[in-house]
Design a protein around this ligand. Structure first.
Ligand SMILES: Cc1cc2nc3c(=O)[nH]c(=O)nc-3n(C[C@H](O)[C@H](O)[C@H](O)COP(=O)(O)O)c2cc1C
Length: 209
C-alpha cells in the first residue's frame, strides 16, 4: 500500500476510464470498509452506498447524470447517500460497546438520546449532517481507492430525484454525490493547480480570503 501523502497528491478526478476493466465486488467491499473509517458526529455514520456495476444499470445512471460518459465507462459508479435518520441506529451502533462492558446500557441510552436530540423537527440539520458525513466518507473512499490502485471521480452533476427513482432509494436518503471508480485510460488531464496556502489559511483570526 502507498504512503498517505503520496496518495493525496496523486489523486485526481478522472474523466476517461478503461471500460474493458471490471472490478470485483470484494474490492468494492474493501474500499467501502475503508470509507466507513471516516469520522461522524456521535459516530452515527450517516453514509450509505449503492454500487452500480451492472452495465444496464450504469447506462441508466449515466442518463440521470446528464449523460456524462464516465459513469458508463467506469468499472463501477457509487451512489453515496446520507441517511437523514441515521441517529435511529444509535442503539445498534453502541451495542458492541455495551456488550464489551466499555459502557453501561444506561450510558448508551443517554448517549443515543443526546445524539438524536438535535435532529428532531430539524430537517436542515438532518440534511447538513447527512451531507457532511457522506462527504467525509466519499473523500475517504477516494483516498482508499487510490491507495488500492484505482482511480475515481466525484460528481454532483446528476438529477437526485431521477437517481432515487431509478434505484429505488426512498426520501429517507439524500444523494450526496456519485463516485466513478475504475482504471484510468489515455486522455486524462494533468492534475489541476490549487490556490496557494496563503490564499486559504489564516492563523488565530478570520479574514477576507
Ligand atoms: C462535490 C463534487 C462534485 C463534482 N461534480 C463533478 C461532475 O459532475 N462532473 C465532473 O466532471 N467533475 C465533477 N467534479 C470534479 C471536480 O471538477 C474536480 O474535483 C476539481 O476540478 C478538482 O480537480 P481534481 O479532483 O482532479 O483535483 C466534482 C467534484 C466534487 C468535489
Amino acid at each position: 500500500m502507498k504512503d498517505a501523502l503520496a496518495v493525496i497528491r496523486e489523486r485526481t478526478s478522472i474523466n476517461h476510464f478503461d471500460s474493458s476493466k471490471q472490478i470485483h465486488e470484494a474490492e468494492i467491499r474493501a474500499i467501502v470498509a475503508d470509507a466507513t473509517q471516516a469520522p461522524s458526529s456521535y459516530n452515527i455514520q450517516h453514509w450509505r452506498f449503492v454500487a452500480v456495476t451492472d452495465p444496464e444499470r450504469k447506462k441508466q445512471l449515466q442518463a440521470a447524470a446528464y449523460n456524462q460518459a464516465k459513469v458508463g465507462q467506469a468499472s463501477a459508479t457509487i451512489i453515496v447517500l446520507g441517511d437523514l435518520r441515521g441517529y435511529e441506529k444509535m442503539h445498534t451502533i453502541l451495542a458492541p460497546l455495551v456488550k464489551a462492558g466499555t459502557i453501561t446500557q444506561e450510558a448508551a441510552d443517554s448517549t443515543a438520546q443526546r445524539a438524536a436530540a438535535p435532529y428532531m423537527n430539524n430537517p436542515q440539520f438532518q440534511r447538513d449532517e447527512a451531507i457532511r458525513s457522506g462527504a467525509l466518507a466519499a473523500m475517504t473512499f477516494m483516498i482508499a481507492a487510490q491507495a488500492r490502485g484505482y482511480v475515481t471521480g466525484p460528481m454532483i452533476g446528476f438529477d437526485p430525484e431521477q437517481v432515487k427513482r431509478i434505484f429505488g432509494i426512498s426520501d429517507r436518503y439524500v444523494p450526496v454525490m456519485l463516485i466513478t471508480l475504475g482504471h484510468t485510460a489515455p486522455g486524462n488531464s494533468p492534475r489541476k493547480p490549487r490556490l496557494g496556502v496563503d490564499e486559504v489559511l489564516a492563523f488565530n483570526q478570520g479574514r477576507e480570503f
